[in-house]
Structures are given as C-alpha cells and as structure tokens.
Design a protein. Sequence first.
Length: 557
Amino acid sequence: MDPKHRSRLITEGRDRAGARSMFKAIGFTSEDLAKPLIGVANTWIETMPCNFHLRRLSAKVKEGVRAAGGTPMEFNTIAISDGETMGTEGMRASLVSREVIADSIELVCRGQLFDAVVCVVGCDKTIPAAAMALARLDLPGLILYGGTIAAGSYRGKDVTIQDVYEAIGANAAGKMSDSDLTELENVACPGAGACGGQYTANTMSTVMEIIGLSPMGYNSVPAMDPHKDEIAFRCGQLALDLLKRGANIKEILTRQAFENAIAAVAASGGSTNSVLHLLAIAREAGVPLEIDDFQKVSERTPLLCDLKPFGRFVAADMHRAGGIRLLANRLLQGRKLHENAKTVTGKTIGEEAAAAVETPDQEVIAPLDRPLKGSGGLVILRGNLAPQGCVAKISGHERLSHRGPARVFESEEEAMNAVTGKRLKAGDVVVIRNEGPRGGPGMREMLGVTAAIVGEGLGESVALLTDGRFSGATRGLMVGHVSPEAALGGPIAAVHEGDIIRLDVTQRLLELEISDTEIHRRMSQWKAPKPRYATGVFGKYAALVSSASEGAITRPK
C-alpha cells in the first residue's frame, strides 16, 4: 500500500498550495507534509477520571508516529460519563454519544484524508464508538484503551464505584450513616482511569484485544502505570507498520473474531452492554451477527474470571495475574478460540495467546479444569414479553428463576423513588419501560436502581426487567434490552400492575402470564407515547435509532 494513499490528495501538487499554506500556519513543514498523515483521535475530556489522562497518552502516541516516519495530527471527540450522569436526565446522552463519537472520528478521517488512525479511548462508549468508526473507514488503524483505575481502599477493603452506588441504597435503608457514605465516596476512585471492575469499559477493553483491534497486552495495563506511556509510544509506531503492511480493519473484523470477542465476554463475566456494542460494530463491519449468537457462544464457554461486580478482584488484579493474554490462552487451550483470526500486530490471536505468562499462585483467572461456572455469564431470554430477545448476566450466584407480581414504572426515576421509599417487597418484579433506545431516548443504564435494590437488601428476592440498559456494575437477577421496546409497541407496554411475570434462566424464558389474546387486546388500545424530545440531538437520535436487538445503531430510514 502507498503510505500516502489518501493524504496525497490533500498535500501534493500545485492545486494544493492553499492547503499546504494552512498546514504551515500551525507549524507543519514541507517535510512533515511529505510523510503519511496519521490521525490521532483523542477522546480526552475534563469531566471524568476515565479519559482525564488521555492527553498524556496521545502525546506519547504522536511521539511514536514521528519516530516511525509519520506526521501525527491530533483531534478530539466528545465523551459522556456514565457513572456521573447515572440516574439523571444526562444519562440519556450516554448511548447517543457512541454514535456522535463514531461519526466525529469518521468525519475527521474522511475530511482530512488521513492515511491511518490511532484511537485513544477511555470511558464506556468511546471504545465501541472507535471500533465502529474504524469499521466504517476500513483504514489501517488501531485502538488504545487508557486503562483501568486503581482500586480504592475503604477500611482495609478494595472498593470501586459499584460499592458507592450500593452504599446509596444501604444509606437509604438506614444501614449506613451519612458520614460513612461520604468516607466511602472520598476513597472509591483514587485517580485517573476507567471504573475498576469488569464493568463496561474493562469489558470492551478486553473485547478490543481479543477481537484484534488493540495490541495484545496493551489495554490491561492500568491507567497510571508508568509502562502505559511506553505502550502509547509503540501504538504510534504500530500505526506506520499497519500502513506499510496495508492492513485494513475488515480483514480483522471477521465472524470468527466476533465469536472470539463474545467468548472473552462470557469467560470474563463481562457487561451486558457488550451485546449492544458488538452487534453495532458487526453491523458497521457488514458481519452477520445476531443476538442469539451470544447465547450459543456463552453456552460453550466457561466462566473463568473472578472479577467484580460478582467476584473478588478488579481489573488491575487481572493485569497482574497475566492479563487479557492469559485469558486468551485459557480460551485457546480449551479450544474456545478461533486461533487463526488476525490482529493489528500482524500475529494471529492464537500466536498472541500462546505467549501468555501466568503469575504463580494467581487466583483471578481460574484454570480450565476448575472454572467458576461451566458456561459463560451472558444469557439471552425470549418469550411473549421479549419476542426479539433480552439479555441477562448470570454469574452463578443468582437464583435462576423468579415468579412474582409486576410493579410497573414508566421511568427510572419512578422506580428509584419506589426503592428508596421502601415501596417494594420480596417477590416483586420491577418493570421499567419507556427507557429504550427510542423511548428514552438513549436507553439509560439502571445502575442507580439496581444498586439501590441490592443496598436495600432485596437483591436476592426482587427481579427487574427493562427496555433500558444496565451498567456493567449491575448484579442480581436483572434483565435488560427487552425488545421490542415499549415505545415501539413491544409487549412490555402491555404489562399491568400486579400481572404475574415468570423468569426462568434455565429455560431462557421471560413470560407474562396472560394469554396472547389479552396481550393483543391491550396493545390494540395502546398509543405511542409522545417523544420526550422532538428536536435537537435526542430528537434526531430517536428518529433514526434501531432496536437494541440490532445494536441500537442509527441509520437512514
């Protein structure tokens, strides 16, 4: 491949003198412009710890690009913090931001005719957004995750942001004092980096290494580890290597690579949001992938990682144990990995996995002969309440069935008020609707509600289902992504207060115990709710977004 296969059109020839003059106005030289132009997509923002340190890493990426003979050009995207906006109107922006970030990376790369791109990412949505943009562009490119936050320490115990959210419920229940809650919030997040458990950011970080878009061994290095700077430098060098090899993204994003990624999520006990994001990336890459594929792969993949929110350890512990490479090695040895899938390093995933080094006596990643659970954590349920499917994460600690009366709420706020107002009781099934991709809009995460339920002491006796999403930190018998959503006339809109709902994980069933005739009668009287936003970015998103069962991507009608 010509290293300047795209940028020649913007930098060379008499007619491009105006463009060169403008580049020179900001310090680029004729020598700089004669080299390949490498975009550095930096998702830095000063609103959250997840992305706060990315300026430093992007500077190191640019040093690597220059050392390898390229000219880096940095640009920024927006980002939204899930953890900070959780439980507020601002949370509607989170999933919407995935599309805006992907669009912005695509637009700048197309507009500026970069030859290759390095995406430096941190929080939940920036990771899949970068992958979606790379799939659309099909340029030489790679993704570097900024890394996990260190665990906080509260009275001698490792804690994460999950503990804070659950403490809110405990405080509301009178089980934790205001001063203890403040003490916990002051120490749970000790510095820069993304949330520390196998929540959405670290799940998608794992996915990026296993699917081949991030160099193996790079993402799991924690955010503030001094080694992260060296890794960022190498990513800049690797961009030029990819360019010289002519390695395009769609050669990496194959069906086998997606199955590897699903296996990694299942084996690590990863976030249900991975279902949404992998479906979206697959749609952008033109790879056939359906929601039921997650069930098939999860069933044949053992749960191996003892990570929060269900387990004992955080992502930094996994790095010290041997990292994502060790997990890949376990999958390889268990014949759960398509070992010939390509990665950005030029090696196959099998070759990368074979180089794993396990820390002696580590307890984070279980051996194949003693898995934490015989099958992975992702379960796809169907039934008359979710004909297009829905998603649950089962660690092996939850009960596998529940039957009880519906407690119906038309928004997350209504449900949260019921939890903290002690209006729920053991056996209830909490139904939160009109929080889907279109109805929300933006498919808010329900960590505030689910954590409060656990904090209230109802985590083992109450089930919850929603057409919205869950945080990767959610635990308990919680079912999300119920599709079709209520705003599209899905059967979840037909549920009445007190209706009996049955969940059976073993049978993969979510059922409303009324007849199809009664569901049809109720829905014949249903009217679509008025959109919460008729204009602006939320209005555009609601008009263009697809079902969660298809990844909630936006597309022209």
